[in-house]
Structures are given as C-alpha cells and as structure tokens.
Design a protein around this ligand. Structure first.
Ligand code: PMP
Length: 360
C-alpha cells in the first residue's frame, strides 16, 4: 500500500491512525456486531458516539455552556441560506465582509432572504488581503455580520477577531476550524463543513449562542431550524452518523496531538516552511499580503505558467497530488490541514527547490 501526500483543498487528507481505526472497526464496532454505518441513530451505541463527538468538540474549542453544538447535513453552502433564515430575528438586513470566492457565495445566497450590505470588500486588492477593521462600515441595526474566516481558494485568513459590538459575528470556518485557537465567545455563530479538518464530507457543524435561536423565518425547513435541531440533540432527522463517528475519531487524534494550541504551533511551522520558500524565491510567488496569509491553504504561482503542467506532473511522480490551484485563480495551491504531516510539506519544499534549480 502506498499513501500519497494529498494536498487537496477538500475533501482532504485524514490522519492515517484514524483511517486505520475506522477500518478496524468497520465490521464490528467494539463488540456491537455492527458497523457504525448500520446503527440506528436512536440506539445506545450510536447515541454514545454522537455524545462523545459533541463533548470532544466542546472541549477542543472550549465552547461555552451557552452555545449549542449542532451536527447537520447540507454543507457550508447550505448554511449560506440557513444562517439568514435563523438569525434575522425580525431584522431585514445583514452585513457581509467580502474577502473572496466563498464570501461571494455566502452573499449571493443571503440576498434571497434579506438585504445584504457589504460592510467591506477586498475586491480592489483582487482578494489578496483581509480589509482591516478600520475600513469596515458596520450597520448597528444589522442582524449579524458575516465573515469567511479562511478563504480556501484565495488563501486569505483572518489572524484577528473582528469587533462587531452588539451585533453577532458569524463566521464560516469550513477550512480553518480546529486548526488554531479561537475564542468562541466572540462569535454569535460559527459554521463549518467537516471535510477539511474534521472528517468526511456530509457533516456540517454549527456552533451557535443560544439566545440567537428560536426565531427562524417561517419558511425555514425544520431540518435546518437551529432551535428545533438543538431541542432534539441534532436528531430531528437522521444525522450523518458515519461522518460524525469519523469526526469523533479525528478529534480524539487531535487531542492526543496536544489539542488545538499544539496543532496551531504545528500548523504555523508547516506554513512557514512554504511561505519562507516563496518569499526567498523569484521563481515562485505568493499573491497574498503577508499578514493575511492562510495557514491552511497556500496558493502560489510559478514565474512562468507554461511550466505549471511540468510542475504538477513532477509532483505527482513523487507522490504529491492535488496541487493545482482553483480554476478561478490558476497557479498552484497546497492545502496543508491538520492531517498533513510536516514530512509532506518538507517533501513539497524539497521538490520545489529541485524544480526551480532545473528550470530557473
Ligand atoms: N466555505 C468555505 C470556506 C469552503 O472552503 C467551502 C468548501 N470548499 C464551502 C464553504 C462549501 O462547503 P460545502 O461544499 O460543504 O457546502
């Protein structure tokens, strides 16, 4: 068996020990005689798996007691609609900060449900920076302020927490949840698709302050009404049971690595290996402003894009895959989530140096 270094933006690499454990437990989960996939979500075995996954997430992110943790389906894109449906609370307008492709998608869907004000945009910089808060024009009557904490495509990440006063801050953390410490109490709501740092696709996590729920628009589907799901421990409908089980294994693994603070140190060290190389080279370049560079998604360009194909082929031959940048930005992108070992980043850096030496 050969495992590649998988730099995919998502679904992404999972920790190998997690995959091995899931394989070991595939046919018979801990003497139950069943795979987790075959369990009733109302049975005692699955209920324990579910409760443990929630407890681990609460522990790893130090989620305060007045926040609900929901395990839903529908992806982060689904949340682009479910957030306004649930959080407008009688208001008609919400503020959005536009930092790139994923913010734009959030804005587009939110416009179906409310007036969207763009409180700030990074468009003028071609989405290579996070607009500093001094540039934001916030509306005190907004229902909430929405940000994308890490733009997976553009590689732009917030390294600070916006201050939105009494207006709840909502963050799409799909591509950086559990990669670094966050003060959950500064947010009204955090959501994330699981398929980058948490587990397989199919699970969407919502962490929401409990005073914000219970006033969903009447059109809100019950499966996506946060209050109804909170009252039913995310079991108003069948939750994505297998994805939740694997997410629990991933969180156990993360805890064994020392938790989120230790993972953040590790992630900073990994990202620095790549950014240091990009900054030292005139052959490669990073488009993103230094202070806003993502620790998770590192886009970069070759000086001569005619070499892109050869670069990707050479990487593939060395067992490094999924380095092609998103079609909207071109170039390369290395996604280096929690499960990417430092050895993978070192192998990439070594290859990049060799490629530069051969083609510069
Ligand atoms: N937001 C961000 C920041 C993402 O990276 C993604 C997925 N790449 C999404 C939203 C969409 O997530 P999903 O496909 O789970 O709906």
């Amino acid at each position: 068996m050969t495992r590649v270094f998988n730099f995919s933006a998502g679904p992404a690499a999972l920790p190998e020990p997690v995959l091995r454990q899931a394989a070991d437990e595939m046919l018979d989960w801990r003497g139950s005689g069943m795979s987790v996939m075959e369990m009733s979500h109302r049975g005692k075995e699955y209920m324990a798996i579910h409760a443990e996954a929630e407890a681990l997430l609460r522990e790893l992110l130090a989620v305060p007691a007045n926040y609900k943790v929901l395990f839903l389906q529908g992806g982060a894109i689904g949340q682009n609609a479910f957030v306004p449906m649930n959080l407008l609370r009688g208001r008609t307008s919400a503020d959005y900060v536009d930092t790139g492709e994923w913010s734009k998608k959030s804005i587009k869907d939110a416009k179906k449900y409310c007036t969207v004000r763009i409180a700030a945009t990074a468009e003028a910089s071609r989405y290579t920076r996070v607009p500093p808060q001094a540039e934001w024009k916030l509306d005190p009557n907004a229902a909430y302020v929405h940000i994308c904490a890490n733009e997976t495509i553009g590689g732009v990440e917030y390294h600070w927490t916006p201050d939105t006063g009494a207006v709840p801050l909502v963050a799409d953390m799909s591509s950086n949840i559990l990669s670094r410490e966050v003060d959950v109490s500064r947010y009204g709501l955090i959501y994330a698709g699981a398929q980058k740092n948490m587990g397989p696709s199919g699970l969407t996590v919502v962490i929401v302050r409990d005073d914000l729920i219970g006033q969903a628009l009447p059109i809100t589907p019950s499966a996506f009404d946060y209050k109804q799901q909170a009252d039913n421990d995310s079991m108003l409908n069948t939750p994505p049971t297998y994805a939740i089980y694997v997410a629990g294994l991933v969180m156990h693994w993360l805890k064994a690595q020392g938790g989120v603070a230790a993972m953040e140190r590790h992630n900073r060290a990994k990202a620095a290996l790549l950014y240091d190389l990009l900054d030292a080279s005139s052959f490669y370049s990073s488009p993103v402003a230094r202070e806003d560079r993502s620790l998770m998604n590192v886009p970069f360009k070759l000086r001569d894009e005619a070499l892109d194909g050869a670069f990707l082929e050479g990487a593939q031959a060395r067992g490094m895959i999924q380095l092609k940048g998103h079609r909207s930005v071109g170039g390369m992108r290395a996604s280096i989530y929690n499960a990417m070992p430092v050895e993978g980043v070192k192998a990439l850096v070594t290859y990049m140096k060799e490629f530069e030496a051969a083609h510069a």
